[in-house]
Design a protein around this ligand. Structure first.
Ligand code: GLY
Ligand code: MN
Ligand code: MN
Length: 462
């Protein structure tokens, strides 16, 4: 945990932003996978961690803004629990570590909230992303489960997004630790990417590095020689020469801050000519986009800059044609890069996504595009110092998307279908880094992970 003053200050800022009523932040409970007592790894809710720091199941936090009192609701353990789990601090001692003086058993929470509701006070709560929380909100607030969404507090969402978007130096230090673990994961994956190795041998090894050096991975590892499938979690292929292996993986620190890094390497350690040509385009898009990052620039502009870099590179190779700006304006590049350039990152790898992507990535001055490709950009708004985000351009040859667009004769003025057809066995390339927006520009976080062709070939011993 950070010092208790950190949490007190965050809660005070939140109360100031939300102005009146009560704020309810539910901590997570254990979740079962194949029978009740066999539970998934426990992951505390990130908002609860941000405001209370307590990494234990079955707690709820309440801020009474009008009375300026903070509460933790939770139960002390009994002897049966101690036999199985060992001695546990009292809820009041845990709460004191977060600077919270008021505690009560969990069973009192409903009554406490109902008293407030009866006196006409508003309960601010967040969108639930677990079924158990939906049921709990139904029980606590007397709202039917299909009505819960109608009472979610937009004021609370906006206030939390405002606070959590700007990372302080302690949070940035944590994120850098997570990137440094990712350095170990990715350089290990690179060295292992030899013909005959099965993907899961590498995925399992690097997941172990994350566990050994911090916490679990920050999201299920994407590792495949079929990188044209953007989120490929199948790890059963045997690596063969001529394919490239995408590894999109990050770690979570013990304080639950994430990294999210992608590298793509040639199986065997030596790029062939065709791989080199596509790789250099993605690398240029990654580096140009990073270079353009500074406060005040809308991230959507940087996304479009990356798309133009990709279009221009593909035009040079004869895969695209026509006017580059017009091709990107119309969305023709999305055949090759059908996703956004990046997203916010913090305690959640897609930071705060549970609060609603549009609250996190967009606002009145930057609206989300509805065009295929750019519509999937999670962060579009103007950047501010303290934002941490990813830059992750890619080029993919997706045979199914190609077949559909070709049949529809889509963008024939920009896409050279005959030439693209010869690349359908290529796979995909993505290169992703984690970036801090500073007062004057940006900083790439963590120890630099091999990225140029020369650096990748060197570490792979090619
Ligand atoms: N790790 C998924 C992503 O890059 O967004
Ligand atoms: Mn990623
Ligand atoms: Mn990412």
């Amino acid at each position: 945990m950070f010092k208790k003053e950190v949490y007190t200050e965050r809660r005070n800022k939140l109360k100031k932003e939300v102005k009146s009523g009560l704020v309810l932040i539910l901590g997570n409970a254990e979740a079962s996978f194949n029978y009740p007592a066999n539970t998934y790894h426990f992951r505390q809710d990130s908002n609860f961690l941000y405001f209370f720091g307590l990494d234990h199941p079955d707690l709820a936090g309440v801020l009474d803004i009008d009375k300026n009192k903070d509460y933790i609701f939770g139960n002390d353990v009994d002897m049966d629990d101690i036999i199985w789990m060992g001695p546990q601090p009292l809820v009041k001692d845990r709460a004191a570590k977060a600077g919270v003086e008021n505690t009560a058993p969990f069973s009192r929470l409903g009554e406490f909230l109902n008293e407030a509701i009866k006196s006409g006070r508003k309960i601010h709560f967040l969108p639930p992303y677990r079924g158990e929380h939906l049921i709990l909100l139904n029980q606590l607030l007397g709202l039917s489960t299909d009505k819960v969404k109608d009472y979610i507090s937009e004021e609370l969402i906006k206030a939390i997004v405002k606070l959590r978007s700007v990372k302080d130096k302690y949070e940035i230090a944590e994120i850098e630790k997570a990137v440094d673990i990712a350095y170990e994961m990715h350089t290990t994956a690179m060295k292992m990417a030899m013909p005959g190795v099965v993907e899961r041998e590498i995925a399992g090894t690097i997941e172990g590095i994350s566990l050994a050096k911090g916490g679990p991975v920050s999201f299920p590892i994407i590792l495949s020689i079929n990188g044209q499938t953007l989120h490929n979690h199948y790890h059963g292929n045997t690596l063969v020469k001529g394919r490239m292996m995408i590894t999109d993986a990050g770690a979570e620190t013990t304080m639950h801050y994430a990294s999210d890094i992608t590298r793509t390497v040639p199986v065997g350690g030596k790029f062939n000519q065709r791989q080199k040509e596509i790789y250099e385009i993605v690398l240029a898009a990654n580096m140009k986009a990073i270079k353009a990052i500074k406060p005040g620039i809308p991230y959507k502009e940087i996304h479009l800059l990356a798309c133009k870099t990709i279009t221009s590179g593909l035009k040079e190779l004869g895969l695209m044609k026509g006017d580059i700006n017009e091709a990107v304006k119309q969305g023709a590049h999305a055949l090759f890069m059908p996703h956004g350039l990046g997203h916010m990152m913090g305690m959640d790898v897609h930071d705060m996504e549970g609060l609603g992507e549009n609250y996190v990535g967009y606002n009145k001055s930057t609206k989300r595009s509805d065009q295929f490709g750019t519509a999937f950009l999670r962060l579009g708004k103007k950047l501010q110092p303290g934002f941490v985000l990813t830059v992750e351009p890619g080029i993919y040859f997706i045979p199914e998307l190609f077949a559909q667009w070709k049949a529809e004769e889509k963008f024939t003025e920009f896409i050279n279908y005959g030439k693209v057809e010869t690349y359908l066995d290529f796979g995909g390339i993505r290169i992703e880094d984690d970036i801090l927006v500073t007062e004057t520009g940006h900083r790439v976080l963590g120890k630099p992970i091999p990225k140029t062709i020369a650096e990748v070939e060197e570490i792979m011993g090619g």
